[in-house]
Design a binder for this molecule. Structure first.
Ligand code: MLT
Length: 396
């Protein structure tokens, strides 16, 4: 008789964004035709930029011609895209062998898949509040999880302490959900800690393109020592609007060894077994993001989201609500007003002003009492949501 994976019984009944979707659907069922202002899940509202669309069309055209047709793609990524990403890193002073770049179908898929490299007895450290998939993927694998609480006092950027005992260290900067960004010195402390303990950092860089301040690191590989202790997982979802198109990449240095095993060689072995590569057409579209014109266009789109962030931050200031994020990140993390719990605040905003956000508690227990707004909506919706927030909360 088949034995199912009993660790699924340790998960919460359903996933955060699924729960929110259910609540929103229930509201719409009760209020047919209601207009909602969606600032919950970080899903983009702008279309792909023209350079990407053109490259996607070219990819389709190539597939229609015998001489340019592609069948199975190389499992670890098309050389043209691996080289384009390596060249992009080099502009930031990070030298990579293109073979250290693995093309993926997105960061969330990869954050789960990469766990194949680690023994199930290894312990995962999650700095909470955190993207809930870090926790769930490790629960599914039956791993022990250590939670390190981030708080307002440490700027939601906790530092490693000597007594921390964990093997896989999840770091996300700019952070989802708090928008906090590690400085070079803060990130260096984690790199040094990982090297000293023989631990490994899984660095989620999905929001790096939102960094505005010149001294903040975009990649963990900007820091000395990272090549022997880190894997970086990145995505074009937020940078270039690929949430529905699906494309990402992972940087896994050839220097990375643990227990006498070569993690780069292991990941090549994994990918060549478990995938047949990402579609040629998508990789053509992805490569366009790293051209000069592509970069100019995606940055233009990000400016729209940054303006949304300013609109919401202005509303927070008007209301005197404590918040962080919004500057180098597309999320605003705020304290719920009037001592409301995060789900109470969620319900109030949905029922009273039809604004959808994300309750902080969904990112771990220490997110209770906080709330997250995404800045990826349309400017019109964001402005209206800000106006409604000020009107509702300014009354008290
Ligand atoms: C979020 O809202 O936290 C993200 O958009 C979810 C994701 O990237 O999967």
């Amino acid at each position: 008789m088949l034995k199912p994976n009993a660790h699924y019984g340790d998960l919460q009944e359903s996933y955060l964004f699924y729960n929110i979707g259910q609540k929103v659907q229930a509201y719409l069922d009760a209020h047919p035709g209601a207009k909602l202002y969606r600032m919950g899940i970080g899903d983009v509202s702008l279309p792909l930029c023209p350079a990407v669309i053109e490259a996607l069309h070219q990819g389709v055209a190539d597939q229609s011609v015998k001489e340019r047709f592609h069948g199975y793609m190389p499992e670890c990524g098309a050389p043209f895209l691996r080289q384009a990403i390596a060249a992009h890193y080099e502009k930031r002073g990070v030298k990579l062998d293109p073979e250290e770049v693995f093309v993926s179908s997105g960061a969330s898929d990869e954050l789960g898949d990469i766990l194949d490299l680690f023994d199930r007895s290894s312990t995962a450290l999650v700095l909470e509040p955190a993207y809930p998939a870090y926790v769930d993927a490790n629960i599914m694998a039956g791993r022990k999880i250590v939670h390190l609480a981030a708080s307002r006092e440490n700027g939601f950027l906790p530092a490693p302490t000597e007594d921390l005992d964990a093997d896989i260290l999840y770091l996300c900067s700019p952070n989802n959900p708090t928008g906090a960004v590690f400085s070079r010195a803060q990130l260096q402390a984690w790199v040094d800690f990982a090297n000293e303990k023989g631990a490994l950092i899984l660095f989620d860089a999905a929001y790096e393109a939102f960094i505005e301040e010149p001294d903040l690191p975009h990649s963990i590989f900007e820091l000395p020592g990272a090549r022997t202790c880190a894997i970086e997982i990145c995505s074009l979802s937020k940078t270039a609007g690929f949430t529905g198109t699906r494309l990402g990449y992972t940087i896994l240095p050839k220097d990375l060894q643990r227990g006498g095993m070569d993690l780069h060689a292991m990941w090549v072995r994994n990918r060549t077994t478990k995938t047949n590569g990402v579609s040629y057409i998508l990789q053509r579209g992805g490569a366009a993001v790293f051209t000069e014109e592509g970069q100019r266009q995606v940055m233009e789109n990000l400016q729209v989201y940054k303006n949304n962030a300013r609109t919401l931050m202005k509303a927070m200031e008007q209301l005197g609500l404590w918040y962080c994020g919004g500057k180098n990140a597309p999320y605003i993390w705020l304290r719920c007003p009037g001592g409301l719990s995060s789900w109470q605040f969620f319900d109030t905003l949905l029922q009273e002003i039809q604004v959808v956000g994300t309750p902080g508690e969904g990112f771990g227990a220490c997110g209770e009492g906080y709330f997250r707004f995404s800045t990826f909506g349309s400017p019109e919706d964001t402005e209206e949501a800000a106006r409604r927030l000020v009107q509702l909360l300014g009354k008290n």
